[in-house]
Design a protein around this ligand. Sequence first.
Ligand code: MSP
Length: 602
Amino acid sequence: MALASATSRVMMLSRRTARARRATTVAGRTRTTAVTTTATAATATATRGCVARAATTRATTRGRGCAVAARASEGPTFVTTPIYYVNDQPHIGHVYTSTVADAYARYRRARGEDVFFLTGTDEHGLKVEQSAEKRGIEPQALADENSQKFRDVMTAYDISFDEFIRTTDDYHERQVRALVKVLQEKDAVYLGRFEGWYDEGQEEYYTESKAKELDYKSPISGKDMVRSSEENYYFRLSKFQKELEALHADNPDFLTPSARRNEMIGRLNEGLNDVPISRTNFKWGIPMPDDEKHVIYVWIDALMNYITAIGLGDGKDSIVYADRSKYWPASMHIMAKEISWFHSVIWPALLMALDLPLPQRVHAHAFWIREGRKMSKSLGNFVDLACMDRFKEHYGLDAMRYYLAVEGPIGAQDANFSAERVQEIYSSDLVNTMGNSVSRTTAMINKYFDGEVRSEEANGARVTFDNWDWPARTSAHVQDALTAYDKLDLPRAAAAAKNIVMDVDLFITETEPFRMAKDESKSAELAACLYQCLEALRIAAVLLEPLMPNKMAEFDAGVGLGEGSIAQRTKWGGLKPGTKVEKLALFPRVEGLDENGHPVKT
Ligand code: MSP
C-alpha cells in the first residue's frame, strides 16, 4: 500500500458526480488536491468544512452556519471508540465505552447496514516514553505489550470491531504526517512561540488566564503546572471560532448529551486561542514533516486515527482508501465526557481545515464511579480488569454487558458500580423475567405439544384473547426500542424489550394456559396462547441481541430468531409453526458477589 505520490494529497468526499482536479503550486512544487466521488462514497458537500445533507432526498441544504451530515438511513455506518492510552491498564471505563459502541454497531448491522467499527490504542507521548524508560525497555516494546492487553480485552468482551488501529502503525504514521503537511500548506498550521503553563501529566498547555483560574494546578491530577516557553507549531483554532459556534448552535444533536453541548458552548464563548500541536521535550511521537526535532502533539496524532484508519490521508491509489473512504463522515464517535473538548471542538476544526465533512454525532457519556467517588489511581478504587473478569466469570459475559448497558453512565449522570445492583439486575431482569418466561413457555410447549410450536390460527383466523392485540402491542415496544437504539439510549432499548417479556408474564397470568390444558376442547386456544408467548419472547430476544449476542444466539439455536433485518425480524408472525423447541434455561440463578467480585463470606 504505497503512499500517494504527493504526501500532501487529501481526499475529500463530495457529492459532485464528476471528478474535478485542481492543480495549485505550493512552496515551489505542484500539489494536487483531488476532489472525488465514487458511487458509494458518502454524499456530502464540504463548504469550508461544513457539511449539510438531507436524510432522504440526499439534497444539500446549507444552514446559516455549519450543519452536520445526516446520513440516509441505509448508508455506510462508521462507529468509533476512543483509542486507549497504552500507559493505562484496561478497566471498567474502557470496557464500558467499547461495549456501548459494540451494541450500537451490532444494532446498525442488524438494521442491514454496512458498518465499520473502529477501536485501537493511542501509543505516543511523554508518559509512554517515561514509563518505558522506568522499566528499561523501548517505548515500542511497552506499546506492543499494552496494546495487546487492550486488544485481548476487546476480544474477551466480544467487541465486534472491524479494525484495531495503533498509532504506531506505519499506515497511520505516514498519513498523519501527510495530513499535517496539508494543514501547513493551507496555512492552518504555523511555527510560533508559546509562553504559558504546561500540565505535564495531561500534556496540555494553558494560557495565563486559564492557568490562574485553575490555580496553576492540573484539573485532572491536581499537580502543579510548570512554566513553559517554547517554539512550537500551532494550529489556527481561533480561525474557526464562528464555524464552531454555529456548528453547536445549529446542530443540537452534534454533541450529546445536551449538558456537554452547553459546556462546549460556554467554553467557546470564552474565545478560542490557537493551539500548539508539536512538542520538542521528548522523542516518542511522529516527527513533524520537514522539522524532525518536533514531534506531533499526541492529541492531533490520536484524533487523526479516525480518518487514517479509512485511508483519507492517503491518496486514491491506496487500498485502504478504496475500501473504506465511503465510511466518512463518521456516524458516531463514542467516548466519555473528559475528552469531549477534543472531539467536539478541536476535531471538527481540524476537519474544517482539511476540507473534510464533519462527523454526524459525538456522544460523550459520563463516568463510572464508586461509592459516589471518582475512580482514581490514588484512591485505588478502580474496577480493574481482574475485578471485571471475576464478575464476568460468575454471571457470564452477556449478563455483565446487560448490566453495563442498563445501569451505565450513558447520559450526563455518573453511575456507581455496585455488586449489589449487579445481583439485583441479574436476578430481576435476566433470571426472573427473560429467563423465567422463556423456560416456562418452552416447558409448556414440551409438556402439552411434545415440544412442537403449533399455529396461532384456528379455522383460518388468528385466535385472540381479550385485550391482547399482540401484533399492535409488540409493534409499539419494538418502535420504542428501535428509537432508543437510534439515540444510543441503551437502558431504554433494554426496557422496551423487557416490557414485552413482562407482557408475556401478564398474559400467562390472565389466560392461564395450564387451565386450558385440562380441557381438551381448548387445544386450539392453548396452541395459540403458547405460540403468542413464544413469538413475543422471540421479538424481545431480537431486540436484546445487540446487548446480549451470545445468550440470544442460544435462543436462536433453540427457537430461531428469524431472518432478515431487525425491522423484518421484529414483525409479528416470524415464528414458524412446526418448529421443535426444547426447554430453554438461559440464566441460571447464582449468589451475589462482594464489591471486588469475590464470593460473599457467610
Ligand atoms: N487516548 C485518549 C483518547 C484518544 S481518542 C482520539 C484517551 N485514552 S484513555 O485510555 O484515557 O481512555 C479514555 C476513555 O476511556 C474515556 O473517554 C472513556 O471512553 C473511557 N473511560 C475511562 N474511564 C472511564 C470511567 N471511569 N467511566 C467511563 N468511561 C471511562 O483518553
